[in-house]
Design a protein. Structure first.
Length: 186
């Protein structure tokens, strides 16, 4: 079962992804893969710009790393901190001088193909204040625009999505219950 934790920055995706990985791994040892936050890793290791400054090189690297990670994940459960759907939403707000329209068109086709990989999208709405970390944008209007785009794609494409809010523990409990329900009904 492949699960994407989706939402704009600052919604608790990374913390929730790690908690779900730990909890599922206790139940199903060595049968869970966590695809960590690729964007943050690329920013730290390669110095690639993110958010409003993300450019063509950033998105090419994100697509490559994400698709490679998904292909290599061979466990029963895969928890992905974001998906290309999330990244595509960010790219749409990038100016054409940083990310040309022809690339955005191609990116859309790639993310639409990737939607076949995921059995479930967990949508995390904006619930917390952004905690500055010198990586994510603290622009609240930008955060809201990204959230609106992600939510639009999840629902317009009729992707299998559940919206989860509450504390990190409450979110994890809801998601674990949903995973059990879906996994054991197959």
């Amino acid at each position: 079962m492949h699960i994407s934790i989706s939402g704009t920055h600052g919604t608790g995706k990374t913390l929730l992804s790690k908690l779900l990985f730990e909890r599922l791994n206790q139940e199903y040892p060595n049968q869970v893969t966590l695809i960590d936050e690729i964007e943050r890793r690329l920013h730290i290791t390669k110095g690639l710009p993110l958010n409003q400054l993300a450019n063509l090189e950033t998105y090419i690297n994100i697509i490559y790393e994400r698709l490679k990670s998904e292909r290599l994940a061979k466990t029963i459960f895969v928890i992905s901190d974001r998906s290309l759907l999330d990244n595509y939403a960010y790219s749409l707000l990038a100016p054409n001088c940083l990310v040309p329209n022809n690339f955005k068109n191609m990116f859309k086709e790639i993310f639409l193909q990737e939607t076949k990989y995921f059995d479930l999208y967990i949508y995390l709405p904006i619930q917390f204040s952004i905690i500055p970390n010198n990586i994510r944008s603290t622009d609240i209007e930008y955060q809201k625009l990204i959230d609106k785009k992600i939510k639009h794609f999840l629902y317009a494409l009729n992707l299998p999505t559940i919206k989860v809010s509450g504390s990190i523990e409450e979110r994890a409990n809801i998601i674990i219950k949903e995973i059990h329900k879906r996994h054991f009904n197959h």
